[in-house]
Design a binder for this molecule. Structure first.
Ligand SMILES: Cc1cc2nc3c(=O)[nH]c(=O)nc-3n(C[C@H](O)[C@H](O)[C@H](O)COP(=O)(O)OP(=O)(O)OC[C@H]3O[C@@H](n4cnc5c(N)ncnc54)[C@H](O)[C@@H]3O)c2cc1C
Ligand code: SF4
Length: 568
């Protein structure tokens, strides 16, 4: 739903800058930034590579690949993307509203200990400062305890009780408009969140479709809260607009004279409609992967050479592993509920959530196979083939039913396992040996563990209780590559450019009036889904920006720009 703007902002002619701030990306960091800056009186533009989505154009199921998957070069113009690296497969969103269109709307606060780890430790009194920003973020995103437990959640609860951790079972906190007690689902109400300023909303019917985009108007996506209000207050959102360059203006290499931002149409094949905009300040909010990649490109081509050489360091996967259980012919429809309805802790470090896709969204079945443990590498592949062979001979019909795609979402419960244990990789900007003509983002470092043995054991227990079969993700078995939807870091908060890319107020070392507000600044593994933390951090960062009438446009960090060369 596009809000009616009060006095639309257009690039100014005759004025020195088109906008005060240009925000790159409209996800959690970008939407908070856009709203708070417009409230402070700034003229703001948001450049977003993805499309704008409405209940009418969202896909019904994942078979509608062209509306689900983002790969514009192949005419796939959806909102969900997967990027494949040697160490990790990264799942992320790409839309007006960023990852909120495809995310499972679980909004959790991490344990306090995350502020004691990583380069951000000690740079602010995080434990005292953050609660107020979490409160604001929770209010804006409409966080509530999930009221709808589906059959998959109840199965998770029974399995937790069976292994003696039933007391850790909890209903997730979600950003979903759920029906008031005693009221039926699917009812439409005038804006329940912002005193009538927001759009009308419909209550959740527990269809499990959150990750395919909510077609019922129940999910609190950013285009219904932060971004909606930002547009209403005058921010201009440019959809399908990819930022390809950011350069300081007028020969002031530190950006003190503002920036020129170049864009192209992201969904065009031939006529890419190049445009240039000027602004006094720029905020990178293109996500951990998006901002890291864009900054590497700009540093390498000489547009922003002062960016710290710590760029790309400390990319975290939230130590995540996806496993699942398929129950062929299940009487219960495991796709019912909200996308992530509940969770448990099987030990101090290991957190498991019950995840689902909506009925009919069976395309992800291509990624699942029978659970395979063992050490990574050829031995694990051999074990997988052996198990497969043994299963096919012993239970041919059952094996066929596990692998055939139809009914996968109805019969499958995915278990998202996360650990708050520190592990990270680095991203570098290099020419790969197989294509030396240009540089790409490549991953480096120690392999991130692809499976969590205690989580595998739990999946087997759950499968035996449900009469199903435990599943691994195929890339984890074949290539020893874990998948994550929670990529964090790459431009982490630190005390100096020797350790990170931004300071504790998200100011980019080496530049004036340049900020990063997205998952790339997160400097520790959170062990829980990160969007609430990204939102709260952006709220905090924006609290330091003065109102437009008081801004002297000198936010110099005062830090040395001694970059450490590490990865070029
Ligand atoms: C399937 C799935 C389920 C998830 N479920 C949850 C969940 O339940 N809870 C949770 O907390 N997290 C969840 N996540 C993770 C969550 O979506 C991300 O952590 C979050 O969106 C990151 O926020 P961000 O502000 O860093 O960037 P994003 O929200 O990713 O937004 C960045 C935006 O920048 C745009 N962009 C990138 N490059 C450019 C460019 N050059 N020019 C213009 N625009 C650009 C992108 O298109 C994107 O829209 C899920 C992710 C996926 C993929
Ligand atoms: S469960 Fe269905 S109705 Fe509820 S938020 Fe998710 S997609 Fe929307």
């Amino acid at each position: 739903m596009t809000p009616k703007t009060e006095g639309p902002v257009v690039p100014r002619s005759g004025e020195p800058y088109d906008f005060d701030f240009i925000v790159i990306g409209s996800g959690f960091g970008g939407s908070v930034t856009a709203l708070r800056l417009t409230e402070k009186g700034y003229k703001v533009a948001v450049m977003e590579m993805g499309r704008r989505w409405t209940p009418e154009n969202l896909p019904r199921t994942s078979w509608s690949l062209h509306r689900w998957f983002w790969r514009p070069g192949l005419a796939l113009r959806g909102f969900f993307n997967m990027r494949f690296f040697r160490h990790v497969t990264i799942l992320h969103g790409c839309a007006v509203g960023g990852g909120s269109i495809t995310y499972a709307c679980t909004l959790l606060r991490p344990p306090e200990k995350v502020w004691d780890n990583g380069f951000w430790a000690g740079l602010a009194d995080w434990k005292a400062e953050m609660p107020q920003h979490y409160d604001t973020a929770s209010r804006m995103l409409g966080v509530t305890e999930n009221k709808i437990l589906g059959p998959g959640d109840l199965l998770l609860k029974r399995a937790a009780e069976a292994i003696g951790v039933g007391d850790t079972f909890y209903r997730t906190h979600v950003g979903i408009f759920q029906a008031p007690q005693g009221e039926p689902a699917g009812q439409t109400y005038p804006d329940p969140y912002f005193g009538g300023e927001g759009p009308e909303r419909t209550t959740c019917n527990g269809c499990g479709g959150c990750m395919m985009g909510c077609r019922n108007g129940a999910k609190n996506t950013l285009d219904k809260n932060y971004l909606y209000l930002a547009e209403k207050r005058g921010a201009t959102v440019y959809p399908e607009t990819k930022v390809v360059d950011v350069r300081p203006r007028d020969g002031k290499s530190d950006g003190s004279a503002g920036y020129e931002v170049a864009t192209v149409k992201s969904t065009a094949f031939l006529f890419r409609h190049p445009r240039r905009f000027t602004c006094r300040a720029v905020v990178f909010s293109a996500s951990s992967l998006g901002t890291t990649e864009l900054l590497f490109r700009l540093k390498s081509r000489g547009s922003l050479p002062r960016i710290s050489d710590r760029l790309g360091k400390h990319i975290r996967t939230n130590s995540e592993s996806l496993i699942g259980v398929r129950v062929p012919g299940s009487n219960d429809d495991l796709s019912k509920g909200v996308a992530i309805g509940s969770g448990i802790y099987i030990d101090e470090h290991t957190h498991i959530e019950a995840v689902r896709y909506p009925a009919g969204s069976d395309a992800m079945s291509a990624w699942t196979t029978i659970l395979t443990g063992g050490r990574p590498g050829p031995a694990r592949i051999a074990l997988w083939l052996k198990n497969l062979w043994y299963q096919s001979l012993r239970h041919p019909i059952r094996t066929f039913r596990i692998f055939q795609p139809f009914g996968w979402a109805r019969e499958c419960l995915i278990l998202l396992c996360m650990q708050a244990i520190d592990a990270h990789i680095d991203m570098c900007w290099e020419r790969p040996w197989f294509w030396p003509f240009r540089k790409f983002l490549v991953s480096r470092g120690d392999k991130v563990p692809t499976y969590i043995p205690q989580a595998n054991e739990f999946a087997e227990k759950l499968a035996s209780m449900a009469g199903g079969t435990a599943m691994s993700m195929l890339p984890e078995v074949l290539f020893n590559v874990p998948g994550t939807a929670h990529c964090l870091g790459g431009c982490v908060i630190a005390d100096s450019p020797k350790n990170g890319v931004v300071d504790s107020r998200h100011r980019v070392f080496g530049y004036r009036n340049m900020y990063i507000c997205d998952g790339s600044v997160v400097a520790a593994n959170l062990g829980v889904n990160p969007s609430l933390t990204i939102t709260a951090l952006a709220e905090r960062a924006m609290s330091f920006i003065p109102p437009a009438s008081e801004n002297s446009w000198d936010d110099s960090v005062g830090a040395a720009h001694a970059a450490v060369r590490t990865c070029q």
